[in-house]
Design a protein. Structure first.
Length: 106
């Protein structure tokens, strides 16, 4: 079997193609890493937003409960004020009767 020498240009061409391929692979790998970093940052931002939304919802629920408690207190105050007003009316009527009775005696 005879040995055949390949031309140097074919090995150089293969090396050039290999070099371009590895450069393209490197660029693609860098692009994938960049996409992965971007995705990680987006996920982190989404988690922060979700946590902030949960805290906001908790604060709203707490404020709602406080408003309900305030309403109950205001209703109790209003009921007490009505009762006091009725008692004041009764006292006024009693004082008028006493005043009239005293006026008749003099």
């Amino acid at each position: 079997m005879a040995l055949v020498k390949k031309p140097a240009s074919s090995t150089a061409a293969a090396a050039a193609v290999s070099g371009r391929t590895s450069a393209a692979q490197a660029r693609e790998a860098e692009a994938q890493r960049k996409r992965a970093r971007t995705l990680a940052k987006q996920q982190q931002a989404a988690e922060r937003i979700a946590a902030a939304a949960a805290q906001l919802a908790s604060g709203i629920n707490e404020a709602s409960a406080a408003a309900e408690e305030l309403k109950r207190a205001a209703d109790q105050i209003a009921a007490g004020a009505e009762e006091a007003s009725g008692a004041a009316q009764e006292s006024l009527a009693a004082f008028r009767q006493v005043t009239q009775a005293l006026a008749r005696q003099t």
